[in-house]
Design a binder for this molecule. Structure first.
Ligand code: ZN
Length: 116
């Protein structure tokens, strides 16, 4: 892993499957390449939508609010390009206090309504 990963208090990597961990590692590098720390704000715990990949240990959330506004979509595109088509990245709740990146391993592209 190149870069810094900060794990928000109360969040654990426990239960994340290796597909998610591999993507997390790559995302940390994407953030680092732009001079940002990656902050894991949610993994398997917390409350998510009933069909969320979070419960399967196949999704995680990263803080987006410390990025410059004009870099948020660019970082999203860079993460998606780096981790590949078996994963899906979203910038959720853009502009809201709980705005964040959601990343999930979803090779079948099942619609999961990530964090509703
Ligand atoms: Zn999420």
């Amino acid at each position: 892993m190149a870069g810094t990963l900060i794990i928000k208090g109360g969040v654990s990597l426990k239960g994340l499957q290796r597909e998610a961990l591999a993507a997390l590692d790559e995302c940390v590098t994407v953030f680092s390449n732009r001079g940002y720390e990656a902050v894991l704000t949610s993994a398997r715990g917390d409350r998510h939508g009933a069909y969320s990949h979070h419960y399967k240990g196949l999704a995680f959330d990263l803080r987006s609010q410390h990025l410059r506004a004009d870099e948020k979509q660019e970082v999203l595109a860079a993460m998606q390009a780096t981790i590949g088509p078996d994963y899906q990245c979203f910038l959720e709740s853009l502009g809201a206090p709980y705005e964040h990146y959601h990343v999930e391993y979803d090779p079948q592209h099942v619609v999961s309504y990530p964090d509703i």
